[in-house]
Design a binder for this molecule. Structure first.
Ligand code: UD1
Ligand code: MG
Length: 452
């Protein structure tokens, strides 16, 4: 089919310089949600109608399967669809979606498309307790005969609770004819897409409807209030899906997934965690409160304690991270690695059973197995221009508050005395210490306050 996404509206009520359809919901723009859903229908043409803030929209969407048509000025939803006409393949039906209605499911759209087939006009309609503002579906003897906009409706018509979601599918050749016949003779002086319904009925084309599984699938975003409401609805439905899969969420209302979260069995997530991009939590993983985890893989039964920040990192099985640990891009931890509080790791590999439990920076380091990194250790990886690597081999013990000035290597089984500033390689199996010798001054007295 052809898919046309209407995204030219102003979005004035967003009170923002950013075009409405570029505002994020669950970490991706409203328009991306709609495009992603449209793609699940494998359209032959995917055309976005843009207008307001057009260039910003264009530069964000460069995928080869998208075509764009500009609508300027914006003279209504019918006029918007007219801009797509040159792109539409007559041989397949055309589905119209709204760029500011982000949560419609593929299943609901497929139902609508199936109901319409190749020769009927299909409308996704919804029963609303409060239909204010929506176009009303007018039926005679059960059959849809037209849609009337709120502003053009009589009091009787306004009492109708079946509403137009705006999502429609039509045979393309007929759609083009109907659009050519639209007028703007209405209260708003706009070319209404909804008027094609009366044209279809006049031409004896059957008009059918389908309904979404949930009302929220059809809700649009016009303001920050509505954006926030839809964000909560979406997050709750993500949380419910995780609960159904057996994930323990200590509070499903306090979880944010901005991307894809894949969980194994017996995963537990405490409150206020944010998952961004693609995150995998393997079986038995526990995530403590207030963690932010982005594009990461957390291995079997690992324990992420509260207040950790993890990005582009792999955590090995049975590892213990945090509280208050930061794993930055390029971190790969083996099995049973312990990273404790106020430890930052960047672009480093740490092999199985190694520990850095307190107040440490490990950047551009390759660390072997069973290594113990003492409190306050720093890899000095940056000279102001270049980054250099630190290599720490298996079974090394680094005494507290050591600085390793890279490039430098600590050989297998070596020990660094506490407070060492290491500027040359430390040989394997030996104790290396680099610090000034301790001395005691006999007869020294503390100064006393001089009275004036
Ligand atoms: C429209 C429908 C109404 C339906 C409601 C559902 C018409 C005439 N009315 O009304 O029946 O109940 O949506 O939310 O179709 N747009 C453009 N160019 C334009 C005008 C709009 O691209 O010139 C886009 C907007 O960006 C938006 C969508 O079309 O994504 C709907 O426009 P909006 O102005 O919100 O239509 P409504 O008056 O709400
Ligand atoms: Mg609207």
């Amino acid at each position: 089919m052809n898919v046309v996404i209407l995204a030219a509206g102003m979005g004035k009520r967003m009170q923002s310089a950013l075009p409405k359809v570029l505002h994020p919901l669950a970490g991706k723009s409203l328009l991306t949600h709609v495009i992603d859903t449209a793609r699940t229908l494998s359209p032959t043409t995917l055309c976005v109608i843009y207008g307001h803030g057009g260039d910003a929209v264009l530069t964000q969407f460069t995928a080869a399967d998208l075509v764009f048509a500009k609508q300027e000025p914006q003279l209504g939803t019918g006029h918007a669809v007219m801009q797509a006409i040159p792109q539409l393949d007559d041989a397949v039906p055309t589905l119209v979606l709204y760029g500011d209605v982000p949560l419609t499911t593929s299943a609901s759209l497929q139902r609508l498309v199936a109901a319409a087939g190749s020769d009927k006009l299909g409308i996704l309609t919804v029963q609303l307790d409060d239909p204010t503002g929506y176009g009303r579906i007018v039926r005679e003897n059960g059959a849809i005969v037209r849609i009337v906009e709120q502003k053009d409706a009589t009091p009787t018509e306004r009492a109708i609770t079946e509403c137009n979601t705006g999502i429609m599918v039509a045979p393309t050749v007929l759609l083009k004819q109907w659009l050519a016949g639209l007028s703007n003779n209405n209260v708003q002086g706009e070319y209404y897409l909804t008027d094609i319904v009366a044209s279809a009925v006049a031409g004896a084309t059957e008009v059918v409807s389908a309904q979404p599984d949930a009302v929220w699938e059809t809700l649009g975003v016009n303001s920050k209030v509505q954006l926030a409401e839809l964000e909560r609805i979406h997050q709750r439905s993500v949380a419910d899906r995780l609960l159904e899969q057996g994930v323990t969420l200590l509070d499903p209302a306090r979880l944010d997934v901005r991307g894809t979260l894949t969980c194994g069995r017996d995963v537990t997530i405490d409150v206020n965690c944010i998952f961004e991009g693609s995150v995998t939590l393997e079986d038995g993983v526990t995530v403590g409160a207030n963690c932010v985890i982005k594009n990461a893989h957390i291995g079997l039964a690992a324990n992420i304690k509260p207040f950790c920040h993890i990005e582009q990192a792999t955590v090995g099985a049975a590892s213990q991270i945090g509280p208050y640990a930061r794993l930055r891009p390029g971190t790969t931890l083996g099995e049973e690695v312990h990273i404790g509080n106020f430890v930052e790791v960047k672009n480093s590999q740490i092999a199985a059973h190694s520990k850095a439990n307190h107040l440490t920076y490990l950047g551009d380091a390759t660390i072997g197995s069973r290594v113990n990194i003492g409190a306050g250790t720093i890899t000095c990886n940056y000279d102001g221009v270049n980054k250099s690597r630190t290599i720490i081999e298996d079974d090394v013990f680094i005494g507290s508050v050591s600085q390793l000035v890279a490039p430098v290597t600590v050989g297998k089984g070596a020990t660094l005395g506490a407070g060492t500033t290491l500027t040359k390689n430390a040989p394997a199996g030996k104790l290396t210490v680099a610090r000034s010798k301790q001395m005691t001054i006999d007869g020294w007295e503390r100064p006393v306050k001089i009275k004036k």
